[in-house]
Write a protein that binds this ligand. Structure first.
Ligand code: NAD
Length: 501
């Protein structure tokens, strides 16, 4: 029977190993320290203990990694699709074989509960499998004949790319970006978040053990303003796939402008969960709880803004408060835990101050307690959409509840946001569901369901929530260049210059 003590015992050798080895960069197939020999401590949100000293890279380290990615590009691009596909499947096998180890380390590094992380590692394997199966068709194009021309299109990988990831579910998000980049034939420099660097190390070790050639994938640790910035500014890096905060996305756009960087951004959200009175309220309650508090509410697709129809609002909020009060907050490696510690003391202080801001703005604080980085699910009722707690992404277990009377009002409130990542709609009326889905300003809408990811579908946001889409062919589009080739099929009949009048 798995319990906290068993998990802690299984984690111990991994902690000893990472403490002894440190978290190094990985460049051209070798684990290396930084050029300048600078370090920072990666710590655990569980108890603040140091996990490992970690390389604090600067522009010189990024340059080494970018050069390695450039040197490896030609051979990786030209590797037969069957071989590349086999390597990506072997990486998926390696992830699946170590899913428990990865989940343990990720929980310790991020504070995310075991019950979600165990699956997140397996989803990482699925990302590799899905894109492994796309390798063979990635370069496929179209034939578009016209008089005198056989027009064909093909796709070629854009070149070495940079991948910059955040600290919430870092393992899964890294695979989500890196798998399609490799499938497309790009080489990669990955910079994981400085707050959760551990599982990126495990991932690259798995990839190289699976046969990935040296230099195809390089890892750079360090802070955003140093290593991240240098990556976005490097001339050999042709594109940046970024997951993180909207303000950081704006900074990356500016940093990448001089080198005309192609960018894809998955950014923040303040996603509305719209509950109409005719909905299946029991299912809507489950979805609201899951989408607001699973993963500690540190989730870009969290339904942090509840819009509930006035007639059922009292009943719904009371049921919500009762269930929230029973949510188990605790050690992330305890399989019973539903909400763990937030990523850092700074972040927990920010979340607490948002709760106070909500109260100052006039919202009622219904449930939720805080002890250090452990913040229990918190409900703010009686809120208005113009309050700061209704407009800003809190990125913690805090749900703001706002009431509406009519469908039009629900839509107006839902769309009155700088963000546009997801929307959730609960109603028994199918035509209303379609109407509302069509008018919601969101990149993704889920009707009568929580967020369920299907890998061929587009994932991404509108407005301040992002630029571009992940998933299926959308991912490959980003990592590849479309190329047109026109073949003449009749006498060229080119107008002749230099032959007199
Ligand atoms: P963040 O933007 O602070 O950091 C993300 C990454 O960017 C880190 O690796 C960081 O080091 C790096 N970075 C920071 N400044 C940089 C700079 N100037 N140049 C280059 N890189 C830089 O975000 P975070 O706090 O780690 O993550 C939380 C945010 O991520 C939330 O806003 C959340 O909504 C968003 N997120 C979005 C999605 C999505 O798919 N839309 C998924 C997960 C998280």
């Amino acid at each position: 029977m798995t319990n906290l003590a068993t998990h802690l015992a299984k984690l111990r050798p991994h902690l000893d190993d990472v403490a002894a080895r440190g978290l190094l960069n990985h460049i051209g197939g070798a684990a290396v320290g930084g050029v300048a020999d600078r370090w920072f401590d990666a710590t655990s949100p569980v108890d603040g203990s140091v996990i490992a000293r970690t390389v604090r890279s600067d522009a010189a380290d990024v340059d080494r990694a970018a050069q390695a990615a450039r040197a490896a590009f030609g051979a990786w691009r030209d590797m037969p699709a069957t071989e590349r596909k086999a390597i990506l499947h072997a990486i998926a096998d390696g992830i699946a074989a170590r899913a428990d180890d990865i989940a343990l380390c990720e929980c310790w590094d991020t504070g995310q509960p075991w019950r979600y992380m165990a699956r997140a590692a397996l989803r990482g394997a699925e990302n590799f499998r899905f894109f492994a199966d796309r390798v063979a068709s990635a370069r496929d194009g179209q034939a578009m004949p016209s008089p005198g021309l056989m027009n064909i299109t093909t796709r070629v990988p854009i070149g070495p790319v940079g991948v910059i990831t955040p600290w919430n579910t870092p393992f899964m998000l890294s695979t989500w970006k890196i798998a399609p980049a490799l499938a497309a034939g790009c080489t990669v420099v990955h910079k994981p978040a400085e707050l959760s660097p551990w599982t990126a190390r495990i991932l690259i070790d798995i990839a190289e053990a699976a046969g990935l050639p040296p230099g195809v994938w390089n890892l750079i640790n360090g802070t955003g303003p140093e290593a991240g910035r240098a990556l976005t500014e490097h001339a050999d890096i042709k594109a940046i796939a970024f997951v993180g905060a909207s303000q950081t996305g704006a900074a990356i756009m500016a940093q990448g402008a001089p080198t005309l960087k192609r960018i894809q951004f998955e950014l923040g959200g303040k996603n509305p969960m719209i509950i109409f009175a005719d909905a299946d309220l029991e299912a809507a309650l489950d979805a609201t709880l899951f989408m607001s508090f699973a993963l500690n509410g540190e989730r870009c697709t969290a339904s942090s803004r509840l819009l509930v129809q006035a007639g059922i609002a009292d009943r719904f909020e009371a049921a919500l408060a009762a269930r929230m009060d029973a949510i188990r907050v605790g050690h992330p490696l305890d399989p019973a835990t539903e909400v763990g510690p937030l990523i850092s003391a700074d972040h927990a202080a920010r979340v607490r101050s948002w709760i106070e801001t909500g109260q100052r703005e006039g919202a009622q604080h219904r449930v939720g307690r805080a002890e250090g980085q452990y913040i229990a699910p918190t409900l703010l009722t009686g809120a208005r959409n113009d309050m700061r707690v209704a407009q800003n992404e809190i990125f913690g277990p805090v749900l703001t509840s706002i009431r509406f009377e009519t469908e039009d009002e629900a839509l107006q409130l839902a769309n009155d946001s700088a963000y546009g990542l997801t929307g959730y709609v609960w109603t028994a009326d199918a035509t209303r569901a379609l109407r509302v889905s069509e008018r919601l300003e969101a990149g993704m809408v889920w009707v009568n369901t929580a967020n369920l990811r299907h890998l061929p579908t587009p994932f991404g946001g509108m407005k301040s929530s992002g630029i571009g889409r992940d998933g299926g062919d959308w991912s490959l589009e980003f990592y590849m260049e479309q190329k047109h080739i026109g073949l003449g099929t009749r006498d060229p009949d080119v107008p002749r210059l230099g032959v007199g009048a």
